[in-house]
Design a protein around this ligand. Structure first.
Ligand code: AMP
Length: 175
């Protein structure tokens, strides 16, 4: 693991959740600590503090927790990217492939303008499929995708290779 070892101690490994073979990174111990949360939010903002970000887009559900805090810390707006059928207004929809089957994300069609600079935030970068789908939605909104910030990156799954080079920032990286 590379990154902040103290912060890493607030992330609990749950073997075989939600299915056999997955080592789930449980962030709930981190959420219990105000200091650890402050460290995580500061770490997520890291390279993006002076990047002119105007809106943070985050992915349901755990991404919302960090994304809303990062938006507040950067002094910018927040865009929820949600599972299908949850958004009440006109929405753009992006279907993407999983190892088995497909999944889908949606965003309100008026969530950003062409001059918005967007930071996408989520808790974990694994294979990168979810973050790549969120990026597609931001591009379809016509906004500028500036970068990504993750608390945890599972480097052995090479998710960052599916995202624009030089745009991915993670606090804790597991190789
Ligand atoms: P992926 O699309 O494979 O990069 O998966 C990323 C999404 O799935 C994120 O929204 C994570 O919350 C969740 N996720 C994937 N793998 C894990 C894991 N090992 N532990 C916790 N969350 C995970």
């Amino acid at each position: 693991m590379s990154g902040n070892h103290e912060l890493a101690s607030y992330i609990r490994d749950i073997p075989d959740f939600p299915k056999p073979g997955i080592l789930f990174k449980d962030i709930t111990p981190l959420l219990q600590s105000a200091d650890a949360m402050a460290t995580a939010v500061e770490g997520l903002c890291g390279p993006w503090r002076d990047a002119g970000i105007t809106r943070v887009a985050a992915i349901e559900a755990r991404g919302f927790i960090f994304g809303a805090c990062v938006a507040s810390a950067l002094g910018c707006g927040f865009i929820p990217i949600r599972k299908p059928g949850k958004l009440p207004w006109d929405a753009l929809r992006h279907e993407y492939s999983l190892e088995y089957g497909t999944d889908c994300l949606e965003v309100h069609s008026d969530a950003a303008r062409s001059d918005d600079r967007i930071l996408i935030v989520d808790d974990v970068l694994a294979t990168g499929g979810t973050a790549a789908a969120a990026a597609q939605l931001v591009v379809r909104l016509g906004a500028q995708l500036t970068g990504f910030a993750f608390v945890v990156e599972l480097g052995f799954l090479s998710g960052r290779e599916r995202l624009e080079p030089g745009t991915v920032h993670s606090i804790l990286k597991y190789d």
